[in-house]
Design a protein around this ligand. Structure first.
Ligand SMILES: Cc1cc2nc3c(=O)[nH]c(=O)nc-3n(C[C@H](O)[C@H](O)[C@H](O)COP(=O)(O)OP(=O)(O)OC[C@H]3O[C@@H](n4cnc5c(N)ncnc54)[C@H](O)[C@@H]3O)c2cc1C
Length: 714
């Protein structure tokens, strides 16, 4: 009854808002018209009137399962059915087709190698001086797969279920099931490539546990899993470079995508414009399809655990050409990072989640102990056992220190906000190995985590074997990204998006060790099938000349943007503006978000955008190596992404996963979802430089799982 009443009220409110905004729009137009007639600064008045009339973001379109190309049938048969019926390209035709792959991280490198192995001609681009230096190399802890080697009850379904639940029921079921299904192939593929996964004494592959799971399904190579996996993908890529099937463009940055209309007048991605970062030359490249694996946009926050070159520009280029940006507000804050220690810092360092297998997280029980720690009078090891609050074990007995990242991060913030932080800023908690060292011995702990301990000691100058590590949450990963259908194709024809750059599999919160799994699933096992469904219709399309007007226009627009930036010659460095953006993001779009804070963030970002475009200073020239210019181009896009994140966070009036709206929480501080209103993917469509984006919804129906409140307590 109450629900029905609420629905009626909601409908009436919606209709009234619609009517009112319609009337306001009408009036505004009349005012503008009148102003024009009397000839009084008509332009300004018209603009202001249009501003007033601008309605709040409102979803006008809905993406159906058919539009998302989700195959029909039982969950466990969808992917097999798809593969059985998709269109293929025969070997002779593959040789006629070119594919651009932007990115050489785990997603890009595995895709480029696989597509070339299949016979397509691949052009592969990366910013770094070697494909091996993509951000993926930094991944530490491991990669998930449902092998059930530990015989602890794991299965494809359980990995699927944990991922759906971990993502707070905001991911698409069909994609997540496929991810879990191909996870086992990834391990086989990588072992065949020679990736040195950790092994048990008897020679079998070892596993450890990661957050949000009660089984051990994480495969690892010490604390360097990303590096070893990337070397595997790189060796496959190198083989294809050697065979001439991949043409590698290192130190090249894509600055735009080239769209060309087909015979039906539909825009298709047909190439890219890229800047040679060494010479500054702008170049044009054609392909029948463009695949983007450009990574996440966590560096919007300036300080993050991401590599310094990680950026969101490729995503923004896709977005501006009509690809929807899905769930931009879903960003992951990782609970175990080395705390920030100064204003001149430009990078944060992750302490892998794997450390939570054996490390225990705590703060003092007594406020006076916390104060003495903050003043540097005592060390963590001086506090006796009975005075330690293992708050995760206390609050979440079933999962303890292995609760998912969003839960662990908020719990750390809650303790620090209450005054129990343990470093000089009061913004840190302890991660303690003393019990593990007693139980396993120092040698075993060193074998498992040695390189991470060494890294900690180098940065903090304290021995973590003797005194507990200090950790604090930091921005780490972005679950949001470019919307893709089941085939990993964006809402733009011929434009595909893979890896962290897309939104696909993690809902509102990614579980640890699932990003490497997704990147390699996309690149080795999904895209090589699905892209054929698109390319099979392109075999009759001849290679196009890059002299076509579309290429020339795209190149000109890129040159004009660079000229504009170089001509500003203001007073502020790129980094100083980026740092300011980062502070706005952390304060208002970070771990705790409120409607008032998000509105303030949008205003501040708008002001910062003006400041950037009028007062940034870029030394040097555009036609040579110029790091500051590279950073400025990326910052221009980070500013737009930051705003989009705030707009999305403001509209999503619920808490789910990494998105915590303080207005929506349970009495004990847990995230409170609003399934009746927000069980959808929020897709934002670009509508122009200075106009608000349009919201398009992809409803999330849970056919195969029951939506529950996430519970890690029992
Ligand atoms: C410190 C750290 C540790 C992590 N540990 C784990 C872990 O243990 N397990 C796990 O599952 N996940 C982990 N993650 C997450 C995981 O590393 C990433 O999500 C994943 O590596 C992303 O891979 P990717 O291929 O999508 O993108 P990336 O590896 O970020 O690669 C992006 C590529 O795109 C290129 N590029 C970007 N823009 C352009 C452009 N405009 N033009 C040309 N090239 C461009 C770059 O040069 C690069 O080659 C970790 C993340 C961090 C930060």
């Amino acid at each position: 009854m109450q629900e029905k009443a609420a629905q009626i009220v909601e409908k009436v409110v919606e209709e009234t808002v619609e009517k009112v905004s319609g009337i306001v729009a009408e009036k505004a137009e009349m005012v503008a018209q009148a102003a024009k007639e009397v000839g009084k600064e008509a332009k300004t008045i018209a603009k202001e009137a249009a501003e007033v009339a601008k309605p709040a973001p409102k979803a006008t379109k809905v993406i159906t399962p058919e539009m998302a190309k989700i195959p029909a049938g039982p969950l466990e048969k969808k992917w097999t059915n798809y593969k059985d019926h998709q269109k293929l390209v025969n070997p002779a035709n593959k040789r006629k087709l070119d594919v651009i792959v932007v990115g050489t991280g785990l997603a890009g490198a595995s895709a480029a190698a696989s597509l070339a192995e299949m016979g397509f001609n691949v052009l592969n681009f990366c910013i770094q001086d070697s494909p091996r230096r993509a951000h993926s190399i930094a991944a530490q802890g491991g990669i998930n797969a449902a092998k059930n080697y530990q015989n602890d009850g794991d299965s494809v379904y359980r990995l699927f279920y944990d991922t759906i639940k971990g993502g707070d029921y905001r991911a698409r079921e069909a994609n997540v099931y496929r991810l879990a299904e191909v996870s086992n192939n990834i391990i086989d593929q990588c072992v065949a490539q020679g990736v040195p996964f950790a092994r048990e004494y008897g020679g079998l592959l070892d596993n450890r546990s990661f957050g949000g799971a009660q089984v051990s399904r994480t495969f690892y190579a010490k604390g360097q899993t990303g590096q070893q996996l990337l070397l595997g993908a790189y060796s496959a890529l190198s083989r294809q470079i050697g065979k001439g099937k991949v043409k590698m463009y290192s130190r090249y940055e894509m600055l735009d995508i080239v769209m060309i209309k087909d015979e039906n007048g539909e825009q298709r991605a047909r190439g890219i414009i890229a800047r040679n970062l060494v010479t500054g030359r702008i170049e044009r490249f054609f392909a029948h399809a463009v695949v983007i694996g450009s990574g996440g946009y966590g560096n919007t926050f300036f300080l993050s655990t991401n590599a310094m070159a990680s950026n969101g520009s490729a995503a923004m280029q896709m977005y501006r050409h009509g690809a929807y940006f899905a769930n931009p507000c879903y960003a992951q804050i990782h609970p175990t990072c080395i705390p920030k220690h100064g204003d001149f810092q430009s990078k944060l360092t992750l302490m892998s989640e794997s450390l939570r297998n054996d490390g225990r997280i705590w703060v003092p029980k007594k406020l006076e102990d916390a104060k003495r720690l903050q003043a540097g009078e005592i060390k963590g090891r001086d506090i006796p056992e009975e005075d330690r609050d293992y708050y995760l074990e206390r609050r979440y007995p079933a999962f303890g220190n292995l609760v998912p990242r969003d839960v662990a991060s908020r719990a750390a913030k809650e303790r620090c906000d209450a005054g129990y932080g343990v470093n000089n800023t009061g913004l840190a908690v302890f991660l303690d190995f003393s019990e593990a060292i007693q139980r396993l011995g120092k040698d075993v702990v060193a074998q498992k985590y040695g390189n991470l301990f060494q890294m900690y000691e180098k940065i903090v100058d304290e021995n973590p074997y003797e005194n507990p590590m200090m950790i604090f949450p930091a921005i780490h990963y972005t679950m949001g990204g470019i919307w893709v259908d089941y085939e990993l194709q964006t809402s733009v024809k011929g434009l595909f998006c893979i890896g962290e750059a897309n939104f696909s599999d993690h809902g509102a919160n990614r579980l640890g060790a699932s990003a490497l799994m997704q990147g390699l699933a996309d690149g080795y096992f999904v895209l090589p099938y699905t892209i054929q469904n698109y390319l099979s219709d392109q075999i009759g399309v001849p290679r196009m000349s890059t002299d076509l007007p579309e290429f020339a226009e795209a190149e000109k627009a890129v040159e004009q943007k660079i000229e504009k930036l170089m001509s500003i010659q203001g007073k502020r460095s790129v980094d100083s503006i980026h740092k300011e953006l980062g502070l706005i993001m952390w304060d208002f779009v970070g771990m705790g978000r409120t409607a008032a804070g998000l509105k303030e963030a949008i205003q501040k970002i708008d002001a910062l955008k003006k400041e950037f475009w009028t007062n940034v200073y870029i030394p040097g020239k555009a036609d040579s190596l110029n790091n500051e210019l590279e950073k400025a181009l990326r910052l221009a896009d980070f500013i737009e992404i930051g705003r989009l994140m705030a707009v999305d966070a403001l509209h999503r009036e619920e808490s789910c996963g990494g998105h915590f709206r303080e207005e929506y929480q349970t009495p004990d501080g847990e995230a409170l979802r609003q399934d009746d209103k927000f069980s959808y993917v929020g897709c934002w469509k670009y509508t122009g430089e200075d106009s608000e984006p349009e919201l398009i919804k992809e409803p999330l129906d849970y056919e195969f799982t029951e939506r529950k409140t996430r519970n890690y307590k029992a």
